[in-house]
Design a protein around this ligand. Sequence first.
Ligand SMILES: Cc1cc2nc3c(=O)[nH]c(=O)nc-3n(C[C@H](O)[C@H](O)[C@H](O)COP(=O)(O)O)c2cc1C
Length: 610
Amino acid sequence: MSTFIGTRELPTWAGKATKNMEADTPPDSAPKTDSDNLDPLAEQVVVSYHERTKHHYHRYAAAIGYMDWATQPNPFRRYEGAPLVRLPLPDAGRVKSYWQLFVADNILPDRLSVDSISLFLRYAFSLTAWKQFEGTTWSLRVNPSSGNLHPTEGYVLLPSLDALHNRPGVYHYASKEHGLELRADFDPSVWSALTAAFPEGSFLVGLSSILWREAWKYGERAFRYCQHDVGHALGTMRFAAAALGWQFRLLDRVGSATVSQLLGLDREADYIGAEREHPELVALLSRERWASDRGLSLSNELVSQVATSRWYGSANALSPAHGVDWPVIDQVAVATTNLANTNQVATTNLRVTANQKIAADKESSAFPSEEELFGTPVRSGSFTAEKVILGRRSAVGMDGSTAISAATFFRMLARLVPTRDGRSMPWDALPWRPRIHLGLFVHRVNGLNPGLYMLARDPEKVETLQQAMQPGFLWQRPSSCPHGLPLYLLEEGDCRTLAVNVSCGQHIAGDGAFSLGMIAEYLDSLAVYGASFYRNLFWEAGLVGQVLYLEAEEAGIRATGIGCYFDDPVHEVFGISSRDWQSFYHFTVGGPIEDGRLTTLPAYNLGEVG
Ligand SMILES: Cc1cc2nc3c(=O)[nH]c(=O)nc-3n(C[C@H](O)[C@H](O)[C@H](O)COP(=O)(O)O)c2cc1C
């Protein structure tokens, strides 16, 4: 198992640009638009980054343009010297149905124990298979990742637990071992105070990104992919929590510096000669629902006490050397720092307001009820939650023939729209209302004419979208569509070739039942919430993608995330001329073609784990 990544890593969609192309797009040569009204420097850095990392028909975003196998990053971070506790591998064959995950209070919450944590991590981040082809072996995980490079690292902060440790601790999840590495332990009184505002038995999870892992292959565009992957991981965590009957909430008022401190990412001495991890987020898991405006932040003083407690281990180096560095990635990473919880926040009123506004914004009666959205609420299905979660895979090809029913299509889309009660999973995890809408290329949906469609994930945004897009579109509601689903036909026609062309020529975009571009309300989000929200937009897009992956499994078909698309040509398809709206991610859903040449091996050798 010496080579980490397999044949999937040589797709035609790999960035083909050379580093020289960097010179084609100096940030300040970008055309002037509304973004020039954005005041803080950070927003300008974001806009420049977004522009220069667009793929164009005639020029891809800057990357080295070949695979430097000698520096291929190890997908498994470990902390040498940190005690590893191997978790008991949960028994297979749990009987909870997939549809139950979406029904509030349907699953009795599990108690927090080493077994329930093990199941949570199994469903959130674990390996799902090893694949082999011609002497090359690579692993797949519950969470998908651009290029299977897996930049996302998972952490948990837990109280003392039998069979784990007799003190509260910060743990790094080691996916290859399905184990927890103890990074720090601290006094129980600190844990009690830190979680005092949360329901009894709550715990925290954290995510970081190793930006180098994606930059190794994708160059400057890599920051985007890392953020997509964080969004997918948010999804796997939310679904894992749902399977245990747990609530899950992103703590968006915990700033980046606090995330770093809590996860030990700012401990320079632990990363000598090793790739650093970029702080992404902290989220709370609990057995009970709690008032949304309470306890969304953490006390700086208590976090400092964790940070100054006893820490263990130092990070392994993932590549022997780094061929090319991409300074714009570091710049956008700094510019998108979440400044909540820091002193700097006092000087940026915009962001203070933004963080408060995020929560307040969410309440709206405009969203449909479950009945309005689905017609008949879904109370049966095909598979268990476990089969869908652990069975999720990307299609490497689509068959160009499988059609789905309109009912299946509507159900998949309905899963992407929050309901009025604010309790629909997984959207209850995000403290802001949808900022990502779907421009759909419908190819093979029985009972629905092929063509371009729009799903406004926030019904109040239909008019704004209409104004942003070309005036000639139909904006017609499909007749059989549930009346609460904000889906509109824009233009009838065969758009298979168009979908392939704008998705970097990838046939999966035309050979599925449908594909789509995720259209983000981009500049307004930066203006309202600040530059750090650039990351949140990708997270939301990743979460939309994760739902599509799982819905496709439940429907007996497959999906694939598409990070390689030609940005501005997509905008042209949907008649978007202003930079206010930008496509943030693509996806395809349809009947898969399996690659029969690959051998599949179990994720874990049962004798080794446990
Ligand atoms: C953000 C993101 C972008 C991706 N972009 C593409 C793409 O452009 N083309 C493609 O064929 N697969 C793409 N994939 C699929 C990955 O290659 C796939 O997730 C990875 O190989 C792991 O396989 P798995 O999803 O079956 O676990 C993307 C996945 C993610 C999460």
